[in-house]
Design a protein around this ligand. Structure first.
Ligand code: TRP
Ligand code: ZN
Length: 498
């Protein structure tokens, strides 16, 4: 079934690989009230410079991200030896200090650091595991702009993350190609960053690869330079992006470009020799974009397409503007639901990003529900109802718990995908279609280009519906360890009269 393919594949891997032990203490199921979350908010009285925090206190990943500054832009300049899978280059970070800083941290693992400069002057640095602490010669003033350059080289080391036991994360080889898949923590394997979705920034990537390789990345290809034996590809991501969504694909591709709706650039990167049957999986994308546009709003970014790996995978990832998919196993097409799922993430996950990793159902529950809605539109309400009932029965049989993960291994599970999607369905049954889609649109518009928490979603649902009881309903679906009963449908209005 469309709705369960990815989950059941992941389930197999989980069973095969076993669960990694995770040592953070479990936290109680509470939903904090909405706050304007700013990384490292400055205290009211300006004290002397102090070291920025080494983490943002994410409930699942307390050391991801750093306090004391807000990144505006990453300029990542890498020359890649594809045969050896080594790189040489530099990342320049433009940031604004949110407090006076004697020192600050970046998240960066592996790779050998050559030099670090702050505002052009060499700075002292020290690295412990993936925490890179930089001490500038002069303390950084609160509110000042900051330019940090880290030069580095070596072979990126993919990392294990207990949230994704089914594959290593970060920069890695797939067959003869190189690609990056990072959610949630893997970005630190290839560039230094404030590695948390609370701090989104724009990106420029300059990727120099030997001929005949090509390099694709997020956003729009703004320049291609022929250096004789190598080519430099310059990619611009001019809308904010979370570090976990940054990707690079290096290989030999058939690039298919087209004009998309609303001036969106469409470009797909298919490894040479990709069978037509596999490429055809992505043919419905323009109709899917139209479907999202009608229900939520125009596509959020300047470009959209897919980059395929040369090897089959059971998973796909919503890397911003350039979703990553595996090759079809034995020429098999991708399931339409999964193509829809990754596209829906561009609105929910990429434009509106989770404020913490505990809010991941705002990504996975939404993307899964849009898979079901796509089925509802194309196959009718009987097929849709069969899907939601079947998922409900399977959740009941498995005793699926709260969609708010308490530890990393809970992140990408039936609880966040299926119960997350059913949480939206329960809301829809309660308020009816017209109010339901009004809520989703208001939530999207409020938090587009930024991030949102579970409390933000609940507050929006209560406000737009004018029904305080919606809060009780959502809290039950989101925090009750026991699966709630499906609510009785309200007087239903027909799907989408827009
Ligand atoms: N977000 C992916 C999805 O569409 C699942 C996923 C999470 C993933 N982390 C990953 C896939 C890392 C590949 C690599 O559901
Ligand atoms: Zn997803």
């Amino acid at each position: 079934m469309a709705h369960s393919t990815l989950r059941s594949r992941l389930g197999c891997w989980l069973a095969l690989m076993g669960m990694a032990l995770w040592l953070t203490a479990c936290r109680p199921l509470t939903i904090p009230m909405p706050t304007a979350a700013v990384p490292g908010t400055a205290p009211a009285l300006a004290p002397g410079p102090v070291a920025g925090a080494a983490g943002l206190d994410d409930p699942l990943y307390p050391t991801l991200g750093n306090g004391g500054y807000d990144v505006l832009h990453y300029d990542i300049d890498l020359t890649v030896d594809v045969a050896g899978n080594t790189l040489n280059g530099a990342t320049t970070i433009s940031a604004r200090a949110t407090q006076a800083l004697s020192a600050f941290n970046l998240d960066f693992s592996g790779l050998t650091i050559g030099q670090v400069t702050v505002n052009g002057a060499p700075a002292r640095y020290r690295r412990q595991a993936s925490e890179l602490t930089i001490t500038p010669v002069q303390p950084v003033q609160a509110d000042s702009l900051l330019t940090v350059t880290v030069a580095y080289q070596g072979q990126p080391q993919p990392m294990r993350d207990p949230g994704v036991p089914f594959l290593p994360l970060g920069w890695q080889r797939f067959g003869d190609d190189i690609a990056v898949v990072s959610e949630p923590s893997g970005a630190m394997t290839w560039f230094p960053s404030n590695n948390h979705p609370l701090d989104k920034a724009t990106f420029t990537m300059r990727l120099t690869v030997p001929k005949p390789y090509q390099a694709a990345a997020n956003g729009v290809l703004s320049d291609t330079q022929d250096n004789g034996s190598s080519t430099t590809y310059v990619w611009q991501m001019t809308d904010p992006m979370a570090t976990y969504l940054a990707t690079v694909h290096i290989g030999r591709y058939e690039v298919i470009t087209a004009a998309g709706p609303d001036g969106v650039v469409r470009r797909d990167y298919f490894p040479l020799g990709t069978p037509a049957s596999v490429k055809a999986s992505f043919a419905p994308i323009p109709q899917m974009m139209q479907f999202m546009r009608q229900r939520i709003g125009p596509y959020p970014f300047a470009a959209y397409g897919v980059a395929l790996l040369p090897v089959p995978t059971g998973w796909a990832l919503e890397t911003q503007t350039l979703s990553t998919f595996g090759a079809g196993a034995g020429g098999a097409a991708w399931d339409e639901g999964e193509v829809m799922h990754e596209l829906a993430h561009e609105w929910f996950g990429n434009s509106v990003s989770p404020a913490t990793w505990q809010d991941v159902w705002l990504n996975e529950g939404f993307a899964t529900y849009f898979q079901w809605l796509w089925q509802e539109q194309n196959e009718g309400s009987a097929a849709f109802n069969a899907t939601v009932q079947e998922v409900y029965a399977s959740m009941l049989a498995q005793d699926v718990g709260s969609p708010l993960p308490q530890q990393p291994p809970d992140l990408f599970t039936d609880a966040t995908y299926q119960r997350g999607a059913w949480t939206l369905h329960a809301l829809r049954l309660t308020v009816g279609d017209v109010v339901f889609f009004k809520i989703l649109r208001a939530y999207y518009q409020r938090f587009a280009g930024s991030h949102a928490s579970t409390a933000d979603f609940i507050a929006t649902a209560v406000e737009v519906s004018g029904q305080p009881a919606v809060e009780t309903l959502l809290r039950d679906w989101l925090t009750n360890p026991k699966l709630p009963a499906p609510p009785a449908p309200s007087a239903q209005t027909p799907v989408i009269a827009l």
